[in-house]
Design a protein around this ligand. Sequence first.
Ligand code: ATP
Length: 430
Amino acid sequence: MERTYIDELKCGEIQKIQGFVDAKRDQKTIQFIIIRDTTGKVQVTVFKPERPEIAEIFSNLNVNSVVTIEGQVVENASVKLGGREFIPESVKVESYAEVSPIDEHTAIDMRLDYRWLDLREGNKDLIFKIQTCCTNALREFLLQRRFVEIHTPKIIATASESGSDVFELKYFDKRAYLAQSPQFYKQMAMCAGLERIFECAPVFRAEQSYTSRHATEFTGFDIEFSYIDSFEDVMKLEEELLTYMLTKVKEQYGDIIAKEFGKEVIVPTLPFPRMKLADVYKELEERYDFVVDDIEKGDLTTEAEKLVYKLAQEKYNHEFMFITDYDAKKRAFYHMRNAEGVPQGYDLIWRGVEITTGAQREHRYDVLKAQAEEKGLKKDVEFYLEFFKYGCPPHGGFGIGLDRITMLLLELPSIKEAMFIFRGPNRLLP
Ligand code: ATP
């Protein structure tokens, strides 16, 4: 007999369900067993005097065991779980579970030790269904606009951007590194004439960060495209892309997110507000008495990032804010600069957290080389600079942190909860 998913069960037919024992209540003459599969839960009711052999099997099972049950669904208005119950004819135990070492009160670090059990609880599987909806929407939008998906190497010969924050690894008798960004290869694709590309792939950062939004390995959704006029084109593509994504998430999961996470999915209006970094600091001071040292004003501090959410809401009634005109000292050497030396790029802040850095890139070999040298980069970027010697279209792009998007969308307390498996400075297992 073929398996029926719990959300497809119909009354009056013998059907087969498979799943975890989610909960169990053993009374004198009756047992209530909740079975869970990826689509939902159903109550299995066993009348002990009628089916002693089945009752015996369930009596000896712990919650979390895996079972296959054949039987039929009958309506029963008194059952809280959907007004129906499953009356079993036969039960096969596929796997006996030991008593779980964690429950909903266990602290996050121990829950992560047993992540596969942690994910069985509550609404956690939904996080990944929603994340799938996000990546699917991002792909769909880009594929409709002539973008091509590429896959760039993660084992690389030189420390990509600055030499700091990269993991080293032994590569036979040589040293190699784990890519901290697909940046150089995205740009190589522009030089190869691919014109519009994206990649969804792991990114590695050897950062000793213990915040709620940093991981040492995360998933980056990266985009690069040619023949732009300015970084305005890059921001425009990104705001349209994210609006499309949130529209799809709201359509497919808006009600579920409201019910299960108590959060509203807000589809933003276009265009997203844009502010120059200096103006942001000025307004933060005027509005909220927020002051930072002048030496910190070339970049957005974490505190300022949080306040930008408040500013975006109060000034623009918006959840997003593009911030432009950072100090060239704080930006990567490959960002194009204007005649005044201002980097032609931005960060995008959503709900008080940076989710993207984007820019028009410098595609002129001599300028790019000079900007690399100014940052003390020579040997490591030699192979990259070669790309630009043989013709390169003007181009730009951005990278979105997918795990951060998921965390912010569902307002999870930490990126640890938004990732299938979290990697941090102190975590390499499971
Ligand atoms: P931050 O300043 O928050 O450390 P960054 O400036 O190093 O981020 P980028 O190098 O611009 O970030 O990376 C692009 C995007 O990747 C970021 O906007 C963010 O969404 C995501 N990201 C960066 N670092 C991490 C990390 N350690 N863990 C999870 N996501 C990250």
